[in-house]
Design a protein around this ligand. Structure first.
Ligand SMILES: [Zn+2]
Length: 351
C-alpha cells in the first residue's frame, strides 16, 4: 500500500516536473517524515531492517535512532526467545512502521510489523503484551516456511519465486535509501538513475506478484499450505505467550460484531469445536477442531516444561503437518476442512 502511494505520487510528480528530483525528493521527505535508513542497530536474528510508513502519508511521528533500535531489538528478542523452543531458526528482513492496521509475513522473507495498531474503524488498540503475541505469530510463519523449504523438495520453486520477487522490494528500499541519504552529493543525472531503479524494481515486483496469481501450481500450493501455515503460526504464539487464548485476546477489539467474535473464537485453542460436519474453509478458521486437539494433547502438557521438551513437541507437530501436506500435494482431489481436520488429528494421535 505504501509503495502504491509512493509510486503514484512519484509518477504524478514525474509527469509535471520532468525529473526535477530535488523537488520530488524534498516533497517525498515532507510527505514521508519517518522514511529514513541511516540507523545502524544490528540484531542477530534480523537480516536487514527498514522503516516504512503505513501508506497514508499522514505524519505519524518521526522515529529517532534510539527508539528505532530499541524497537528492532525488542522484536529480535521475541524471535530469539522463540528460537529456544523451535526446531528451526531463520533470519528475517524486518520492516517496521509507526502505525498500521496489520502485521504480515511475506513468503519471500519480509516481516512487516507496526509499532502501533489501528483497526479499520480507526481505533487505536493493543497493549504491548498482545502486540508481542502477534509478532510471535508472524515469526511462526517464517519458521514454518524455513522448515518446509528444507524438508519438501516440491516447494523449492514456490519459495524461490517469492524470495526472488521480495528481493526486488528490498533492493528498491536500498535504492530509495541512497536517494534520501545521499541527495546532497548526487547529481541530477545520478538521482534520475536511482529513482528509475526504484520505479523499475517496484514494477518488476508487481508483475512478479501478479504472475503468481495466474500460475496454477503456485495457487494450488498456496491453497494447500495456508491453513497449516496459520495453524502453525498460532502454535508458536501460544507457546511463546503460554496462553491458549493468545490469538483471540490479541485480535479482539471492543466493537467487534458477534459474527466476527465467533470467527475469532476459532483461533482460541481452549475452545472445543465439533469435528463432525466441520466446513469452515477460511485459512485461519480451517483447523479450529485441530487447534483444540493440539492444546489438550500437546501444548497444555508442555507449556511449563523446558525449552527442549517444547522443541520435541513442535517437531512432532511439524513432521505430522509435513506428511499431511505431502499427501495432499500428491492427491490433488479436493479435500475439505472436515477431512483435513480428521486426518491431522488421527495422525497426531499416532505420534
Ligand atoms: Zn498468519
Amino acid at each position: 500500500m505504501y509503495f502504491i502511494f509512493l509510486y503514484s505520487y512519484a509518477l504524478r510528480m514525474r509527469l509535471s516536473l520532468k525529473y526535477k528530483f530535488e523537488t520530488i525528493i524534498s516533497a517525498l521527505l515532507f510527505l514521508l517524515p519517518s522514511f529514513s535508513y541511516s540507523f545502524n542497530c544490528p540484531a542477530e536474528i534480523i537480516q536487514s531492517y527498514f522503516l516504512t510508513t503505513s501508506g497514508t502519508g499522514d505524519d505519524e511521528g518521526r522515529w529517532n535512532e534510539i527508539e528505532f533500535c530499541n524497537y528492532v531489538e525488542e522484536l529480535a528478542n521475541i524471535s530469539k526467545s522463540i528460537s529456544y523452543f523451535s526446531p528451526v531458526v531463520t533470519k528475517i528482513h524486518l520492516k517496521v512502521s509507526k502505525v498500521s492496521i496489520q502485521a504480515k509475513f511475506k513468503e519471500g522473507g519480509i516481516l512487516y510489523f507496526p509499532q502501533n495498531y489501528k483497526n479499520h474503524k480507526g481505533e487505536f488498540i493493543l497493549e504491548k503484551k498482545l502486540a508481542n503475541y502477534l509478532y510471535a505469530h508472524e515469526y511462526g510463519h517464517a519458521l514454518f516456511k524455513q522448515y518446509l523449504k528444507r524438508e519438501l523438495v516440491f516447494l523449492e520453486t514456490f519459495y524461490k519465486n517469492f524470495e526472488e520477487n521480495d528481493q526486488k522490494i528490498i533492493e528498491a528500499d536500498i535504492a530509495m535509501e541512497k536517494i534520501l541519504t545521499m541527495k546532497a552529493s548526487l547529481t541530477e543525472e545520478q538521482m534520475k538513475i536511482e529513482f528509475d531503479k526504484f520505479i523499475n524494481l517496484y514494477n518488476e515486483f508487481k508483475i512478479g506478484e501478479d504472475s503468481f496469481f495466474t500460475n496454477n501450481e503456485m495457487i494450488l500450493l498456496h491453497e494447500i499450505l495456508s491453513p497449516y501455515n496459520e495453524l502453525f503460526a498460532d502454535v508458536i504464539a501460544i507457546l511463546f505467550s503460554r496462553n491458549s487464548h493468545a490469538m483471540f485476546e490479541a485480535l479482539k477489539y471492543p466493537s467487534m460484531s458477534e459474527a466476527e467474535t465467533k470467527m475469532l473464537s476459532y483461533r482460541d485453542f481452549s475452545i472445543s469445536h465439533g469435528l463432525e460436519g466441520w466446513k469452515e474453509s477460511e485459512a485461519h478458521s480451517f483447523f479450529a477442531p485441530v487447534r483444540n486437539y493440539i492444546w489438550e494433547h500437546y501444548l497444555k502438557n508442555v507449556i511449563d516444561e523446558s525449552a527442549s521438551t517444547q522443541r520435541e513437541t513442535v517437531l512432532k507437530l511439524l513432521t505430522t503437518i509435513k506428511q499431511e501436506i505431502q499427501f495432499y500435494y500428491h492427491h490433488t482431489e479436493k479435500f475439505g476442512p472436515y477431512e483435513c481436520n480428521k486426518s491431522l488429528i488421527a495422525n497426531l494421535m499416532k505420534k
